[in-house]
Write a protein that binds this ligand. Structure first.
Ligand SMILES: Nc1ncnc2c1ncn2[C@@H]1O[C@H](COP(=O)(O)OP(=O)(O)OP(=O)(O)O)[C@@H](O)[C@H]1O
Ligand SMILES: [Mg+2]
Length: 289
């Protein structure tokens, strides 16, 4: 099967995030593509944890990630319960995106484990992690600029089921009417806010149980930011659990029920979002107060 060049270009995206979508594109041989991404993925193992341990939707236990000599995550543990919005905040380079990419299987772990609904997903290839119901909206959106809005959304779907595709497309259009209006327009010609909506809409096409959002407000005007945050709230109300990475800590702490604060690859604080929002140290470091 010939892979259109626009997709190959996305496949080698240095963030690795687009690769999840490519790997899901049903006409492509998934395993071959994943082995191209990371040879380790082809020899993954999996096992089921004892049922007594199943209390959280997502649990990261003491994970370590390095990029060559650079230690990006130095023993990160966090948990997300079903139905929650959990915020992960921290300065540039703290390791927030690396945490999300580890959950998505894009970045391999040096040590530690990640479990989803009581099942270890450590080492699973990205497309299998998406298949389990975890979908990431990458930092910087990474939509396909030379594909139409509709084609971008199709890239997030399981194309073999056309009835489901139509249903999911209708659901995304109901949430983002502007995407329906512009469904024939090229992704690259959308505004920044519309591109963010497209990136979120594309993720929703896979009906995620857990949505990982990386800096959804980045670079957007305040009025668009508040729209995006309302949409995140609505997605959560409709049933998806959300792990939200944000530099807009104020907005994130308002939206989330719990939050974690990262510094230099470690979780340094955690607790109810309202409590963190009132913490003098957090106010000074992250809320500009
Ligand atoms: N592909 C890479 N190669 C080498 N180092 C990397 C790579 N990606 C990230 N890093 C490093 O890992 C650390 C964590 O980066 P990460 O992108 O996870 O931080 P972040 O909290 O998401 O930052 P930001 O808020 O700027 O998005 C940083 O020191 C960064 O320079
Ligand atoms: Mg980041």
């Amino acid at each position: 099967m010939k892979i259109p060049s626009v997709q190959l270009q996305g496949f080698f995206d240095p963030q690795g995030s687009v690769s999840i979508l490519i790997a899901r594109y049903s006409r492509i041989k998934l395993r071959e593509m994943c082995s191209l991404l990371d040879p380790c993925h082809s020899c993954f193992t999996q096992f089921v944890l004892p049922s007594a341990a199943i209390t959280h939707m997502l649990r990261l236990s003491d994970i370590f990630v390095s990029y060559g000599m650079i230690a990006a995550l130095k023993g990160v543990s966090l948990e997300v319960r079903e139905g929650e919005i959990v915020a992960l905040i921290g300065a540039n380079g703290a390791g927030k995106s690396t945490t999300l990419m580890s959950i998505s299987g894009i970045t391999g772990l040096m040590a530690g484990t990640i479990a989803f609904k009581g099942r270890a997903i450590t080492g699973l290839p990205s497309h299998e992690i998406v298949g389990l119901g975890i979908c990431q909206v990458p930092e910087g959106r990474h939509i396909f600029p030379r594909m139409t809005v509709r084609e971008n959304l199709e890239m997030g779907a399981f194309l073999e089921d056309t009835r489901r595709l139509d249903e999911d497309m209708a659901r995304v259009f109901a949430m983002f009417p502007v995407l329906e209006e512009r469904n024939k327009q090229l992704g690259g010609t959308l505004s920044g806010g519309e591109q963010q909506m497209l990136a979120i809409g594309r993720a929703l096409m896979s009906r995620p149980k857990l949505l990982l959002l990386d800096e959804p407000s980045l670079g957007l005007a305040p009025i668009i930011v508040s729209r995006i945050f309302k949409i995140i709230e609505e997605i959560n109300r409709q049933g998806a659990t959300i792990l939200l990475v944000e530099q807009n800590a104020k907005a994130a702490l308002r939206l989330a029920s719990r939050a974690y604060v990262m510094e230099s690859g470690r979780i340094v604080m955690q607790g109810p979002a309202s409590g963190l929002a009132n913490d003098p140290g957090i106010k000074k470091a992250y809320l500009g107060e």
